[in-house]
Write a protein that binds this ligand. Sequence first.
Ligand code: 26Q
Length: 798
Amino acid sequence: MTTTDIQNEILRHLKFTLGKDADHATPYDWRMALSYMVRDRIVDRWFTSTRATYQGREKRVYYLSMEFLIGRLLEDAMVNLGILDEAAEAFHSLGLSFPDIINGEPDAALGNGGLGRLAACFMESLSTLGCPAYGYGIRYEHGLFRQRFEDGRQVEDPEEWLRTVNPWEFTRPEAAFEIGFGGHVHVKGARGIWRPSEAVVAEAHDTPIIGWQGRWANTLRLWAAEPTRVFDLDRFNRGDFEGAAHPEAVARTLSRVLYPDDTTDEGKVLRLKQEYFFTAASLRDILRRFESEYDDLSLLPRKVAIQLNDTHPAIAGPELVRLLLDERGLTFSDAEETARACLSYTNHTLLPEALEAWPEHLMRSLLPRHMQIIEQIDQSHRTQYPSRAVSVLNDGEVRMGELSFIMAHRVNGVSALHTELMKSTVFENLHALHPGRIVNQTNGVTPRRWLLTCNPELSGLITEAIGPDWVYDAERLAELEPHVSDPAFVDRFAAIKRANKSELSNWLGEITGISADPDALFDVQIKRIHEYKRQHLNILETIALWQDIRDEPDAGWTPRVKIFGGKAAPGYVFAKEIIHLINSVAATINSDPVTAPYLQVIYPANYNVSVAERLIPAANLSEQISTAGKEASGTGNMKFALNGALTVGTLDGANVEIRERVGEENFFLFGMTADEVVARRTIPDHAAQAIADDARLARALETLRDGTFIPEAPTKFHGIADNISGPDYFLVASDFNDYWRAQREIDAAFRDVARWNRMAALNTARSGWFSSDRTIRGYMADVWDAEVATAARRTAAE
Ligand code: 26Q
């Protein structure tokens, strides 16, 4: 497609799809016209892919996830179709600002963080690899809340991504299923006949997900809840206008909001309803598709692989058994075997408070037949494996982790360390009973979005050096290694980082009023605010650094900009206090003229995928400082390394593997190991000891108590100080000293410009393994038993 073709297509859509005259078109109109032009380019490839799957009678992969954090789609789609430059040129010649137009797209924030973004990267890799796949989830009317700061405190506003038309989705009124809740079960022999007392309709909305070079496109199918009957005319005619609209409002509530990851939150019935709603609709769709092609249910495991993204869709086990047993007439054991052979489960956390468990009475009242089946699954497992006391039902609760494990033929962790910890802790007994079921699949990220698109200058340099194939074969980034010995290459690498920092600095200046010095070390911590991720360790070190600089302003400090980004769950009080503390420290430090040349703290509000795309290419240092054993994997850590940031990190999650691959000399390690963490906690006054041994830490903590950062409410941060000096479950105090040491080594390393830049370039060269293409190949081989047919696929769709 030439620039002229593109321009004509955009103008055609502007006129005939949007009904707008070019003279009066707004940036929104232009973006929509552009999106429709791009979508047109996707549709044929999408049809071709779907047809090829049917004709090849191939196994399909179904990825069930409560979250798909896909962000913006327009730029990514243009990059994958190879029309970005032409589209930019088309707008340029119309006298319009291309960045302004494409940046107007709202983020699809249908996720909280890592787990949801992983699902989005997987969808892109599945398409790039030409693996026939569907993502199934919920079309939330409101994605993750928007964050703003009021006097340094987080305030949440509803997110409104669907207020304007979403050009990427196709509504499928014909693909709709009625999903029941409550009611009663009539038992007839082995079978149950479930008569629900209420129902909603799940309506499909499809978004095509295109892979690299547009060779394959899969479908992301999101379910919206609709009332079974739109409007009660009788009630309306009787004058009950509000009552007439009520059932509609109740039904739609189901897909209204994404739950913020808030494990302390109670009001949970709606969450369980959401889980069953989308899981049941997806399974019915999967069976309908299968039965349109095959009439032998024993073939199901050969044609269908269903991945459960954490326990959120765990009800898939009992639901699939129910469909096969009650509605298809299989025996219980055949139904259970068939279901298990189709299902596999990914675990994303070992934090005990985050393992899902539902009260039995709630499960029974909402899903009476499923509760019976769960009891049967539990009973038959305990009969088969009496040697170890493993049970799904425990203390009046249904444990979804155990249920998922028992109903899956593969269970995977998301990094090597995490998988080993799964075997030795939460699933120790189940692992002993089912050795070989647990496998590792270390997470990955798509290099198309997280290098090619977000860092175009660096991508250009890489392609110039090693050719373009790294984009779909990221381990080829290793071919950069010889170039890292060439000072001219490293200088260009560094100049690009400098330019990205300068661009970020302008943006930060626009939105926060503080513009960072692009020659300073850009030190970035972006992720959900959570105690185990230890943003408070970072801010404590920042305070201590500020104090040391004030003591001796002329000691040759390395200028640093500390950048934070992230949201706290609305009900997570401690996390919100950490946000308030960071903002208060930022306000104090940024207005101190003595330290200003050396230290700035910036916290832009409303961190999301698009903000990550700006921050990561501009980072020098990636903060991955969780308490060892607590971060299952991390994926931001991979994005930073890929973009040439060095990591300061603990031996946690995928940090371990990043360090192995980039080389220990190119990674700043600190802190206790997971084993040392466990041992340290047995010392009753571990925090007090650490504070007594470290005057710098003691002094920093003192500023939290004396009101330095919040003179108008001096006791405000006592809670954080007391936590760190008292229970300190996440061992901030005990790891502080080594963190400080690592940070000062980083200061020195950054001053050795040539060395730093070489280390940064080596991080890029050695991070190709963290491509989600590699992860997906691993799932295809070890979990889904799906054919890896990349080469064939490329020709099929061409
Ligand atoms: C549960 C119950 C009720 C409401 C919400 C939730 C809920 C929602 C989201 C629980 C957990 C999540 C998300 C978890 C998550 O993102 N985990 C991260 O997964 C990444 C991908 O594997 C890992 O890299 C991270 O280490 C892990 O923290």
